[in-house]
Design a protein around this ligand. Sequence first.
Ligand code: NDP
Ligand code: 2IT
Length: 463
Amino acid sequence: MAINLNQVDEKKLHKAKEYIASLRNPNCAEDDVFFQAMEEVLLSIAPLYLSDHKYSENSIVQRLIKPDRIIKFKVEWLDRNNKIQVNTGYRVQFNNALGAYKGGLRFHPSVNEGVLKFLGFEQILKNALTGLPLGGGKGGSDFDPKGKTDFEVMSFCSAFMRELHKYIGPRMDVPAGDIGVGAREIGYLYGEYKKITSQYEGVLTGKPFFFGGSLMRPQATGYGVIYLTEKMLELEGKDSLEGKICTVSGSGNVALHAIEKLYHIGAIPVTCSDSKGAIYDPRGVDLDLLKELKLEKRASLEEYSKFHKEAQYIPVSKYPKGGHAVWHIECYAAFPCATQNELTEVDAKALIKNGCISVSEGANMPSTPEAISAIQGAGLCFAPAKAANAGGVAVSGFEMSQNAQMIRWTFDKVEEELKNTMVHICTDIAQTAHDYGVPGNYVDGANISGFKRVADAMIAEGI
Ligand code: NDP
Ligand code: 2IT
């Protein structure tokens, strides 16, 4: 049943908004990001929820916003001096209405329960949008891989898996990578899982290719963002990215592959960033150098300007007040690919003023609510994370299929399926936005489409 989101009883909507606001826990700052993610979704779906009573009759909102369980554990590991170190590990198993819990692991000092609840909640709807049988979850640790030796990372990963293995399985919960967790970490985690269980099974995705990983999984998220953006621009009657200046933030897995795909299609990505600063290279960033610095040497971006004198390095201390340097550079399209809340209202206004026409979220929730409002208010195209970055988890789903069947897809096959998936997600959310009376609003389109799939499954499965 499609309803016009603009024609819902104002009084009921007001009450719904009061209920949503009451979900914020003022005594727990950690939960702010979780509330931010939840509020956006609940505001999008409120008119649908109020009009189609099956959702309230089945208490869907109350059930959807509570994780099935949060597993929290101590991780004790040995550092290079044989000293015992202690971190906290987590797995948030949020919702498995559509399939096994699925979502990445983040290793970063900022990880806490609130961050993982926000990521797990987003993951439920993102995974639903892929059309694959995947539930939503997320996990990780406050462990910081930066500055650690390979041996220390291995020691930590083994200790982490010694506890996590009790709660995961190829039909139960399948973790993958996220910030601070790439092929190296997945390799160590998988090795330990196999030692403990003696099972060769697809319990993790993002594995290196030679022991069961899917071709293209490293590229999938970044490439997927660009495929979806190209489709969105086509649907919205805008010029393609070919020949256009683009700005990208981050310099990790997602950012590097978004930059790579931008080059493939003839666009000119001129920026990237890390947690210490940003690079602006007006001729287009040097991707080979970036890969060497970030993937091989794990160095700071400051090194980049030693090789390219004409490039500008802007340290975080020089960023505009309340903003981020990358978004103040003129561009046709912008791609935030680093972390949450890295694109503020100040940044959004700069993008709009400089003539940017499109923003696509490669990272999870990189734009603040105020930034999204400004971007949509000014009529820019806006592709929300749960749609734009779904290519990573989609190829993880393909990896699970390949592992279950003991087969390997070719690079071309994975790429074709990824492209189809991203185009399908884009047309689906555009159509949903249209059907519900908010054409061009890809945020509402994604939230409603994902919500309906999960909620309908929850209703069909009962309690
Ligand atoms: P990586 O660890 O490979 O890279 C993260 C990048 O973001 C680095 O450049 C890092 O800089 C920067 N960064 C991390 N935290 C901060 C911070 N607090 N402030 C400023 N910069 C920061 O991670 P990914 O590329 O995998 O992930 C990037 C984003 O994409 C995340 O939001 C993640 O959740 C999302 N994502 C990832 C997917 C995947 O398949 N990997 C799939 C879908 C979404 P530095 O090196 O200095 O730390
Ligand atoms: O945020 C994400 O979608 C990911 N980090 C990837 C999850 C996955 O299971 O591949």
